[in-house]
Ligand binder design. Sequence first.
Ligand SMILES: [Zn+2]
Length: 182
Amino acid sequence: MDRRDFVFLMCLGGLGLFIRSKDLAVSVANAARLTRIRVFSVKEGDYIMTDKVVKTEAEWKKILSPEQFKILRKKGTERAFTGKYWDNKEEGVYRCAGCDNDLFSSEAKFKSGTGWPSYKEPVAEENVGIEDDYSFFTRRTEVHCARCEGHLGHIFEDGPPPTGLRYCINGNALDFAKKESI
Ligand SMILES: [Zn+2]
């Protein structure tokens, strides 16, 4: 192999590396795009695209209170009548305390007598996620925030019409924005 061949081979190798790193950059960008989700924004009155919120436990601990962390990140449950909003009757929207995702409208809230804020439906199906929960020797439907996957509460089938559903939510998993401030 003379010097010219060597230079040629080096260039080929360099080109290969360049192409591979470009592929890698594209796949990283694709992965980032996959974490974008479509949710309903009460403020916009329409669906928007937004990034999912992914944080480490240490990062969550910095922005959440110990009670919020226990519920949202560890699937905890506040004691009845001790959390926020179970008795709130103001008009507005209830958002995720972890990521500000709109979750429930005051229009969907009803008096359940359980001591937890209860809603017949979320602002949109896309804004929440559900999962079977087999803890405590029973099958329940767990509901979480679609944006940060923070645990919110459970869904029961004894709600008022038309949905017949009761979204039983930990008040400490929520923040409330009054109608006039939205
Ligand atoms: Zn959230």
